[in-house]
Design a protein around this ligand. Structure first.
Ligand SMILES: C[S@@+](CC[C@H](N)C(=O)[O-])C[C@H]1O[C@@H](n2cnc3c(N)ncnc32)[C@H](O)[C@@H]1O
Length: 306
């Protein structure tokens, strides 16, 4: 059940690691992408890798042993990276990668509570030290807040109906009970995906503050890059991809004044050049080998010299 890195060749080609370079992997997982970065930047490129999940970090440590002190492992959210770079005395970096979402190890471990296919506690925390779990949200939020959360983070049209059913059946503590309840209340709906997919996505995003972390990270990632350095992000759903796309578009424009203003007053200057005008998506063969890759979208931008 080891995680297969998504868009592996594409990430390496676009990130273009070089010997002596310094790289940040914000979502280390099993270390698949970092392995590629370390191999390509051999013999002396270095990586600092973050994960909130201590189990992911110990697996990555094991998998990347051969690279010795060329890789540093940090258990923290990638959004706090600057603090750690300061401690390490790393001032500017050549490349940054985020491969968002969750790993196959997390999804396939029922006790982590991420999967509607298995039965486990409604947990969904990346960091098991955090106190908030999915069960807290499911059993503690008001009907309105629950419907809003499922609508906003799951883009689920039946959010109210699902929230009503949850309220009527609380407490819910197992993933299977929640998944079955959603299946029951949405039974006339014809979709290719499991009816609980969107609600589970919404709960996971909320439990881990995933969109806030990404929004907070992007401006500081741009600051931390060297001119010519590259920022590569793999998103797995439209909410994440929209945040990345909007940031890249904005930072690659010289003026961000509203179109009705006749003369520029914003003083904004472009700091990024998009290397992927359209997101890179996996080829059919990759999706056949690794269905998890299906919804991946990779965007890469380069910091401009100015
Ligand atoms: C898709 S996996 C990464 C897989 C990795 N690229 C590989 O090749 O093995 C995403 C990882 O990011 C971690 N993660 C999610 N949000 C995070 C955050 N804000 N900070 C640090 N790690 C995070 C998850 O715990 C998970 O292990």
């Amino acid at each position: 059940m080891q995680h297969v890195p998504v868009l592996f060749q594409e990430v390496l080609e676009l990130l273009n690691p070089i010997p002596g370079g310094t790289y940040l992997d914000g979502t280390l997982g099993a270390g698949g992408h970092s392995r590629g970065i370390l191999e390509r930047s051999s013999p002396d490129g270095r990586v600092v890798g973050f994960d909130r999940d201590p189990q992911a970090l110990s697996l990555a440590r094991e998998n990347l042993q051969e690279f010795g002190n060329r890789i540093i492992f940090i258990q923290d959210s990638y959004q706090n990276f600057q603090l750690h770079l300061n401690n390490l005395n790393w001032h500017a970096i050549d490349g940054i990668l985020l491969d968002l979402g969750l790993s196959s190890m997390q999804l396939n471990t029922a006790e982590r509570g991420f999967s509607f296919q298995d039965d486990g506690p409604l947990d969904m925390r990346f960091d098991p030290q955090q106190s908030l779990t999915a069960a807290d949200l499911v059993n503690g939020l008001s009907r309105e807040d629950l419907a809003e959360l499922i609508f906003r983070y799951g883009e689920e049209k039946l959010s109210r109906k699902i929230a009503d059913a949850i309220i009527a059946n609380r407490p819910l503590v197992r993933t299977k009970d929640l998944a079955q309840l959603i299946k029951k209340v949405t039974r006339n709906r014809k979709t290719r995906i499991h009816p609980a997919t969107r609600t589970f996505q919404a709960l996971r995003i909320a439990v881990n503050g995933e969109l806030d972390a990404l929004e907070a990270f992007l401006p500081s990632a741009l600051e931390a890059l060297k001119p010519g350095g590259r920022l590569a992000i793999i998103a797995f759903h439209s909410l994440e991809d929209r945040i990345v796309k909007t940031f890249f578009r904005r930072e690659s424009k010289d003026c961000i004044c509203p179109p009705e203003i006749p003369q520029c007053v914003c003083g904004h200057t472009a700091r990024l050049k998009e290397l992927t005008r359209r997101p890179v998506q996996p080829a059919e063969e990759e999706i056949n080998l690794n269905p998890r890759a299906r919804s991946a979208k990779l965007r890469v931008a380069e910091k401009i010299f100015n």
